[in-house]
Design a protein around this ligand. Structure first.
Ligand code: ADP
Length: 183
């Protein structure tokens, strides 16, 4: 049973690695960013509420993402494990998740931290060209990452849940190291 949380700044490659590893392990890859973008595309009530935050690089209010994660983890395919990508993004969300997993008997989660330097991630994101990948919005997302999300590294380290993977290597090498550690 594999339950994994991917941490790292935007552009560190967590989405790509999470997707590859999820396929390898036959478990769902749950990306809150992907779910929000899909909801925005379909203009669902969630998408309409999230739009202005996502477009400006701000965090969507906790309640919205927490509800969507709770609902997603209740689905049948999540019973055999999962990889969470983009959640939690701050300590309040991590505390919520801890309680949710305890309540639903889904413990044993591990956290993978994939870091990369700011200039590397900015260059990567600018070449990706998503709507929220303008330089100004990218800088804001990085600032939020360093202020709100990076403290989760200590949070999970203190709880002995952190796995260290060297993110400063090629995509193939990171995938290989992840599979060696987890597969
Ligand atoms: P990236 O990792 O490249 O910044 P994501 O796809 O993970 O991109 O997230 C895109 C946007 O979706 C974020 O900038 C934020 O507005 C919103 N979002 C995603 N996950 C969360 C979350 N856990 N809490 C609040 N907002 C979130």
């Amino acid at each position: 049973m594999t339950r994994l949380i991917f941490l790292g700044p935007p552009g560190a490659g967590k989405g790509t690695q999470a997707q590859i590893l999820a396929e390898h392990l036959h478990i769902p890859h749950i990306s809150t960013g992907d779910i929000l973008r899909q909801a925005m595309k379909e203009q669902t009530p969630l998408g309409i509420k999230a739009q202005s935050y996502v477009d400006s690089g701000e965090l969507v209010p906790d309640q919205l993402v927490q509800d969507l994660v709770e609902e997603r983890l209740e689905q049948a395919d999540a019973k055999s494990g999962w990889i969470l990508d983009g959640f939690p993004r701050k300590v309040t969300q991590a505390a919520f998740l801890e309680e949710l997993l305890q309540k639903t008997g889904q413990g044993g989660e591990k956290v993978v931290n994939l870091d990369a330097a700011d200039d590397v991630v900015v260059a990567r994101l600018l070449s990706r060209g998503r709507k929220d990948d303008t330089e100004e919005v990218i800088r804001r997302r990085l600032e939020i990452y360093r202020n709100d999300t990076a403290p989760l590294i200590d949070y999970y380290s203190d709880r002995q849940k952190l796995l260290t993977i060297n993110g400063d290597q090629s995509q193939e090498e990171v995938t290989h190291e992840l599979k060696e550690t987890l597969g």
